[in-house]
Design a protein. Structure first.
Length: 139
């Protein structure tokens, strides 16, 4: 069995945002030379998410509005976590809702997606470089 590991660095200029990272993950898969196996993709930060869904801008705006209703950023004093001087408690909550990682099957050297599926990075406390781990195992 072969193993491949790579970190992708992203820097979202806004506090929140979604980025389709499918092309970067596909590039990692090609680079790995693995044709049958599994790909794990996860953010290496507690205030970001990786998830699979449709690449449709209306859906992304809906996600952003939905998450802001469930875990609004302001007022920041509504969260005990922010008593430490942080202002990102909402980002931790949003990450919990959107999930930590995705695992995708690799078949015939390709990501084995369903129709419309793409891999996204969700940022909830941006404006600085963040890392995403891509780990591929297989033959």
């Amino acid at each position: 069995m072969k193993s491949y590991r790579k970190e992708i660095t992203l820097n979202i200029p806004a506090r929140r945002g979604f980025v389709n990272i499918t092309p970067q993950v596909q590039a990692c898969l090609r680079e790995s030379g693995i044709s049958e196996g599994l790909v794990l993709v996860n953010p290496m930060h507690i205030t970001a998410s990786v998830f699979i869904n449709d690449d449709e801008s209306g859906l992304h705006r809906d996600y952003d509005a939905w998450l802001e209703r469930l875990a609004p950023h302001e007022p920041v004093n509504q969260y005990r976590h922010n008593d430490t001087g942080e202002d990102n408690a909402d980002a931790h909550m949003k990450r919990q809702l959107m999930g930590r990682e995705v695992v995708v099957a690799v078949t015939g050297g390709r990501l084995d997606f369903g129709t419309w599926e793409q891999i996204f990075y969700g940022e909830f406390d941006g404006r600085r470089p963040k890392r995403v781990l891509v780990k591929i195992i297989g033959e």
